[in-house]
Each structure stands twice: as structure tokens, then as C-alpha cells.
Ligand binder design. Structure first.
Ligand SMILES: [Zn+2]
Length: 347
């Protein structure tokens, strides 16, 4: 079968090549890949800055945002042939740490976890893959290709759940949310905000293309600058990872508000007055925290959230579908791209 593979930590090593059939050790369920989403983590692995191959191998099958069709459910699953499934990405560490011991691998504290397509387990960008039944989530057939959005949705479901837990440290009655960054994570975070009945605002630097329209179609307000925001959001979901945006988000959030950092960036503005940022937090009881990954609970709620969403709106998030052989083009994100997927088969 064909797969997109990479030698982690070696820039320029990615290729679409013939590989052996999936390893039986990856799980008893055999799945035909339908579509795999491409994200910034994939680009970082391809650039050589991230990732690790399975033990004893030099190359890793890329891809962690999966959608597939069950070919053989194996002896021990409640799945049936033909079911659409997505695969949970992270596996608990073998020690395990106290969090992994109770299934909260998203909170792993010793960092010895493994991840499909990222860290020591082959990913999903292969014509067929295997998975353990307990890590395969059945997807409502009516979602079709949109099931590929389950992984990024699970990530923002976790962010929202933690955000609400932090908010409830005192009286908590949020009315508005500002999402910074109109990429797939930002769009899905905004969608969950509308599902919670909040007034939703999205801020991004692009002024044209499909993103402002997609935001408006959600019933949300689109902004391009903090200067003209005109309100103090009770919640900020920060999805850019850009230093100045993070500082602006902390300043902008209302007293008692919560800023959830989901974006991952590098560096930051020189001379940022961090004590001033901290003082703004202290004097107005603001909370800032980070959130990454998702556990089974979040994946399950993500499936319900996608099921509730308007299909025609979700369809607009998948801005480009590429053939796996054109993976290089898929990895390049243009200003108009929200989610780019590699399509292996018809949904
Ligand atoms: Zn752990």
C-alpha cells in the first residue's frame, strides 16, 4: 500500500511511497483511510523539528487527523464493516503517570506518551491503517467527509471544558467570547461558543478571502484588530500562538475572565512588559492557562458537537482536498485555507 512517510528530525525526507501492510501491533481493527487532515504539526514534522519513528524503524507514517472506513472490525469490537471511524491520537505512557492511569492521557505528566503520526506510532496517512477498538470512535455516517474534523474538534472541546472549570472558581456567567485566529482550531472554538449560547467574536489579521464570511455565517462578528474591539470579552480562546496577540488578549479580557491558550508559537515581541501583563491579571482576577490534546471524553463530546453543527457551515471549513500524491501542496497553507485534507477514498 502507499503511505506518506517521513524520517523525523530529517528535513526534506517526506515521500509518498510503497510500505508494508499496517502492523498488527497497531490494533485489531483494519481501516481504509478516507481522508486525513493536515495541520501545523505535520508541517513541523516534515520540516524536521519534531516527531519520532516507531521503535526499531527510521521512518514514520505521518498523519493524526483521521477519517476511515472499517474494513475488518476484528474479533473484539462493537464496530461493523463499513462504519466511519476516527482514531484517537495519543496513547497513555507505559509507567503510567497518575493522569494516564485514569485515562487522562491528555494531561500526561511524565511526557512518555506516544502519538499516532507524531511520536513513535505510525499515523493515518496510509491507504490502510490498524487501530485498537477502544481508540476508534464511530462517526455518524451522515457527517461523511466532515468526520475528518473530529480530531481538531476534540482539542477545542477539551479547551472549553477546562475553561469552564477555571471560570467556575467564582461566580461565572460569561456572555461573550473572543477567539483569536480564524484557522480550523479557531473556527471550531467559535462554533462551540455559539453552541454554548455565547456572543461570539473572531479576530484574525486577514481582511479578505473566505474567513470573514465563514465567521459571519456562524452568526459571529469578525474583527481584524484589538484597537477597535469595543468590548471586554469574558473569555478569550487564543489560537495564534503570536506573542503580541497573547499580550493583547490578556489585556482585553474582562475582569474575572479567562484566557485559554491553545496556539503554539515561538519567540515573542522584544521588550514585552511581562510584569505589566501580570499586574493586569492580578488586579482584575484574570486567569490564563494552556490546553493541549484531548482524552476519550473530549472525543465523544466532539462527535456530538459536530452532529449538532450545521453541515453546510462545516463544509466551508474544508477549503481544499488534495490527492495523497500531492501531499507537498497540501502541506503549504495559503491565506484562504482553513482545513486542507488529503483524500484517500470517497467518503
Ligand atoms: Zn502519563
Amino acid at each position: 500500500m502507499k503511505a506518506i512517510t517521513v524520517e523525523p528530525r530529517t528535513p526534506g525526507s517526506v515521500r509518498f511511497e510503497e510500505v508494508p501492510e499496517p502492523d498488527a501491533r497497531d490494533g485489531s481493527v483494519l481501516v481504509q483511510a478516507v481522508a486525513v487532515g493536515v495541520c501545523g504539526t505535520d508541517a513541523e514534522i516534515v520540516a524536521g523539528s519534531f516527531g519520532a519513528p516507531p521503535p526499531g524503524k527510521t521512518r514514520l507514517v505521518l498523519g493524526h487527523e483521521s477519517l476511515g472506513r472499517v474494513l475488518d472490525p476484528g474479533p473484539a469490537s462493537s464496530l461493523s464493516a463499513g462504519d466511519l471511524v476516527a482514531g484517537i491520537v495519543r496513547r497513555p505512557d507505559p509507567v503510567p503517570c497518575p493522569h494516564c492511569a485514569v485515562g487522562e492521557w491528555d494531561m500526561c505528566s511524565n511526557l512518555l506518551y506516544t502519538e499516532r503520526g507524531i511520536q513513535q506510532i505510525d499515523g493515518f496517512m496510509s491507504e490502510r491503517f490498524r487501530i485498537e477498538p477502544e481508540y476508534a470512535l464511530r462517526i455518524d455516517a451522515s457527517l461523511g467527509l466532515l468526520g475528518v474534523l473530529l480530531e481538531p474538534t476534540a482539542v477545542v472541546v477539551k479547551a472549553w471544558q477546562h475553561l469552564e472549570a477555571v471560570g467556575r472558581r467564582a461566580h461565572w456567567q460569561p456572555r461573550s467570547v473572543l477567539v483569536t485566529g480564524a484557522g480550523p482550531i479557531g473556527m471550531l472554538a467559535a462554533m462551540l461558543g455559539t453552541q454554548r449560547g455565547l456572543e461570539v467574536h473572531v479576530l484574525d489579521r486577514v481582511v479578505s478571502g473566505p474567513k470573514p464570511e465563514i465567521v459571519r455565517a456562524l452568526g459571529a462578528t469578525y474583527h481584524t484588530s484589538f484597537d477597535r474591539l469595543g468590548f471586554d470579552p469574558d473569555v478569550v480562546v487564543e489560537c495564534t500562538g503570536a506573542g503580541q496577540v497573547i499580550a493583547d488578549a490578556v489585556q482585553a479580557v474582562a475582569g474575572g475572565g479567562v484566557v485559554c491558550l491553545v496556539g503554539v508559537g515561538h519567540g515573542g515581541p522584544i521588550g514585552l512588559p511581562s510584569a505589566d501583563v501580570a499586574a493586569a491579571m492580578v488586579l482584575r482576577n484574570k486567569a490564563v492557562f494552556g490546553s493541549v490534546n484531548a482524552n476519550r471524553r473530549h472525543w465523544q463530546e466532539a462527535g456530538e458537537a459536530l452532529g449538532r453543527a450545521e453541515r453546510s457551515w462545516l463544509e466551508r471549513l474544508v477549503t481544499r482536498r488534495e490527492h495523497p500524491a500531492d501531499f507537498a501542496r497540501a502541506l503549504e497553507r495559503g491565506p484562504d485555507d482553513v482545513k486542507v485534507v488529503l483524500q484517500f477514498a470517497e467518503a
